[in-house]
Design a binder for this molecule. Sequence first.
Ligand code: UD1
Ligand code: CA
Length: 462
Amino acid sequence: MTEDPSRPTAFVLAAGLGTRMRSRTCKVLHTAAGKPLLALVLDTVAAAGADAVVVLSRESEAARAAVPEGVPVAVQDPPLGTGDAVRVALDAAPGAAGRCYIVYGDTVLVRPETLRHLGGLLDERRAVLAILTGKVGTDNAYGRIVRGPAGDVDRIVEVRLASAEERAIPESNFGAYAADVAWLRSAVPLLAANETGEVFLTDLVAVATREGRTVAALCVEDPAEGLGVNTRADLAIADGILRRRIRLRHMEAGVTFVDPDSSLVDATVEIAPDVVVERGCVLEGRTRIGTGTRVGPYAILRDTAVGEGCRVEASVLEGATLEDGVRIGPFSHLRPGAYLERGVEMGNFGEVKASRLGAGTKMHHFSYVGDASVGRGVNIGAGTITLNYDGVHKNRTDIGDDAFIGSDTLLRAPVKVGRGATTGAGAVVTRDVPEDTVAVGMPARAIKKYVRPRKDAGPERR
Ligand code: UD1
Ligand code: CA
């Protein structure tokens, strides 16, 4: 319930059936910019400084998954219309007082500042209700705003029930409201079911005018703010607009986008200033990118943390972590649990899963490293493969610092390669290789002790 009495309550209506989506998934769980529609609306009301109360139905019960802990949910059963949904919401929020917002779970593009502006109109105009409107032509299913002779809002008529004359009214109901809670409690019971059998929230306007109360209207320029997602086509439009806003927000914060429209960034992604996002990138989920990093062209990053000054080109990274100065790609695949320490280099056709690669390790061509722990300064030759799966268990491979894994080495896990050890080209390593030892052949045998001269490091490394 509302803890701070000065904070408005926001009633979020999401009990509708969403039939027009033609989906098994309830409408408000469909995603735009990587987030469920309901979560986007809850973000908006939170940003407007309001405490949400969500209305769901049996049909939209699954949407509870998108409601954060602590946000109350009321169940409207059966859903008898938007007016009935507000009745249910008010019953579930006995403590709500002062002002409230009413928003629809499918209207994801309304801005927090617009809601605050609507709330402000209640005081400015001494109104009991403020409605959001816009002029978006007449080829749509929005309710029409009927004004009286003096220009005051008189009522809203739904297109389904409108006369031809009313349908020609260019001002539409965008579907966001601010109201005085005490008045709302008195007015909602006066709403009656109409000939469609539904109780329309929009009829509140007529209730107010009948009582001689003022209804304020905020007519906004941006048609996006009124977009209610009813169909898959609406969903695609909302997704595109949200993503454009997200890119603009990042650009304002110091991120460069090369060909911005070619990249898709989820609402949940964090990008530091002075990151360059080249053309054709898809940045999803809990991805975070550190300053000075360049991603793309053509990189897909999902739930991946990238450090500072990295380079990620034409690769797919999922659930991975990169420390600073890591170079990836082109054509690498990092899978969940890949952890690449500072300065790791990974080139074409490499795959790493559930493995840690130590600082400065290089894996430049055609390799698979899974369930492994690889030390620092290791060279992983072309074609190296950890045989981590024996058909039943996943087994671990351990490679010590400064080891040199020859091209085409097969490492049959569980197995350990000691610090500074070398494997010959084509070695099939089935037993542990001691440190500073060369092992060759199939199965690989240790043939001699050998400390490789290092080309780049001083004696303190060993
Ligand atoms: C509604 C408005 C319309 C406005 C449009 C803007 C009404 C009667 N009409 O129409 O004037 O132009 O939005 O997008 O309000 N819901 C419930 N319980 C119900 C029915 C609906 O919670 O019993 C929820 C839905 O989940 C949805 C929202 O209310 O999120 C709006 O319902 P919807 O059926 O989409 O209304 P529209 O026909 O789009
Ligand atoms: Ca709608």
